[in-house]
Each structure stands twice: as structure tokens, then as C-alpha cells.
Design a protein around this ligand. Structure first.
Ligand SMILES: [Zn+2]
Length: 259
């Protein structure tokens, strides 16, 4: 039996926990959540995702019975394409990184009113192209303005416009990436300043002379789930092996507690 208190990870974490709970006995998972953290919603979404995944796996298994050779060829092709794409990604990262230096303590200021917004250390890149802020402190510095439509651009759902909380100058867009809401910012709206007062005014991210880390699962887990750091299970497992789970999806033991 597994109890989780205010801890909801991804659908992968959900499957891993189920794997653990049924190891010897017919186990159950209990998720206990605060009413104000929207964790119940997230857990229910995880359950739906796991259910969808099981359906897809079954349909793939069925199609192998129909034509094994075509299925094997398709898998091989997908693997080769994936490998090429990862190699291209690595090459791009190496070329970009070659001209940049590691530096911490650089702060981003609003280009218009020079108010401090966030640290460069809190910025993560996605596919070496897009840049998001992973510190919750940034949320207090900005103002959100609703978009009439929420377009999906390059895999990101654009939710709201982000403006400077002080002077209203535009900063970027609130986007949804991997089911997480993240502030995506354009560097041309900011000035960089180091601890000695030296300033930079990059027009694009490629002009920023410092190394910016790529986003990983830990960064994504940090958002919207403050208990992550205290949890002994950590999100590390999500990078590791995935225990298979062939059990039925049960509508589950989610408890809400009011504060
Ligand atoms: Zn401003």
C-alpha cells in the first residue's frame, strides 16, 4: 500500500508507483492532497493519460499480429529518425555552447523601467530555441493579460501575454509545455547585468554570451508542485526504468483535505 501526501508527479510516476504497490500484494495507492493545490486535477489527468497509453499499447500489439514485417520496418525507421534528430540536437548544442561562457549571478532587468525580473540561472532552454523562467519568484514580477485565442505554436499552447508588473512593457508569453505552465520570455525585452554592473543588450537569445542549461524533468517538476524537493521518491526515477503495469485503471483513492 502506498500513501502519497501532496505529491503528484507525471503519468510515468503514477505507473511506477502502481508497479511498486503491487509488487507482492494486491496493492493500492492513496493520494492525499490539499484542496488548494490543484493536485487532484493533475492526478486525474495522469490516470486518463495512463488509460490512453494502455489503449495505444494494445492497438500496437494488435497491429503486430496483422503484419509483423511492416510493423518491424516502421519501428526501425522511427528509431533511425529519432537517433538522427538527437544527433542534430547535440551538434547544435555543441556549436552554440562553444562560443559561450559559464557565468552565474547575471540578472535580467526590464528593458524599459530597469526593474529586476529574474536571474539568468533560473532560465532554461527548450530545444535550444525557446527560453523559460523556472523560478516562482518571477511570477510576482509580471502581469498577465489574457489572449482572445490560445494558439498552439511550435508545440506550445500560448495562454496569456506576460508584461512587466511595474511598467507594463511586454516580456513574453505564458505557455504550456509538457503539461506545465511556464513563462516564455524574449530576451530583447530585457537587459542583462552582472554583479560588477556590466550590462548586455542582446537582441536574440543566440546573442547572449553565457551558457544556458536545457530544461529537464527536475525543472518541470519544480513548477506547480512545491513538495517535490521534500519527497524521498524524487523525480529521478522518471528518467530511469519504467515498471510495466498491466493492471486495470481504477478510479482511485484521491482524498481532499480542507485546510
Ligand atoms: Zn518594466
Amino acid at each position: 500500500m502506498v500513501f502519497r501526501y501532496n505529491y503528484v508527479t507525471s503519468d510515468i510516476g503514477h505507473v511506477q508507483t502502481k508497479g511498486r504497490s503491487r509488487a507482492k500484494f494486491n496493492g493500492k495507492i492513496f493520494v492525499i492532497v490539499n484542496s488548494d493545490l490543484q493536485l487532484q486535477d493533475r492526478e486525474l489527468k495522469n490516470i486518463i493519460r495512463v488509460e490512453m497509453m494502455n489503449k495505444v499499447v494494445k492497438s500496437i500489439a494488435d497491429s503486430t499480429l496483422v503484419n509483423q514485417k511492416a510493423f518491424d520496418d516502421r519501428i526501425l525507421m522511427e528509431q533511425k529518425n529519432d537517433q538522427k534528430e538527437r544527433q542534430r540536437e547535440k551538434d547544435r548544442a555543441r556549436i552554440t555552447k562553444a562560443n559561450k561562457v559559464e557565468k552565474s549571478g547575471v540578472v535580467l532587468h526590464c528593458i524599459k523601467c530597469f526593474k529586476e525580473s529574474c536571474c539568468l540561472d533560473d532560465i532554461r532552454s527548450i530545444r535550444n530555441q525557446h527560453h523559460v523562467v523556472t523560478s516562482d519568484l518571477f511570477l510576482d514580477k509580471m502581469k498577465l493579460i489574457d489572449l482572445k485565442k490560445q494558439p498552439i505554436i511550435d508545440g506550445f499552447t500560448h495562454q496569456q501575454k506576460i508584461h512587466c508588473g511595474n511598467c507594463q512593457h511586454k516580456w513574453g508569453t505564458m505557455v504550456v509545455y509538457q503539461q506545465q505552465e511556464l513563462p516564455l520570455i524574449a530576451i530583447k525585452n530585457f537587459t542583462l547585468k552582472d554583479d560588477k554592473g556590466k550590462k548586455w543588450f542582446p537582441k536574440a537569445w543566440k546573442d547572449v554570451p553565457f551558457v544556458i542549461s536545457s530544461i529537464d524533468m527536475d525543472d518541470l517538476g519544480k513548477q506547480n508542485n512545491f513538495s517535490e524537493a521534500e519527497n524521498p521518491e524524487g523525480s529521478q526515477q522518471e528518467k530511469g526504468e519504467i515498471e510495466e503495469d498491466d493492471g486495470l485503471i481504477e478510479y482511485p483513492n484521491i482524498m481532499q483535505i480542507e485546510e
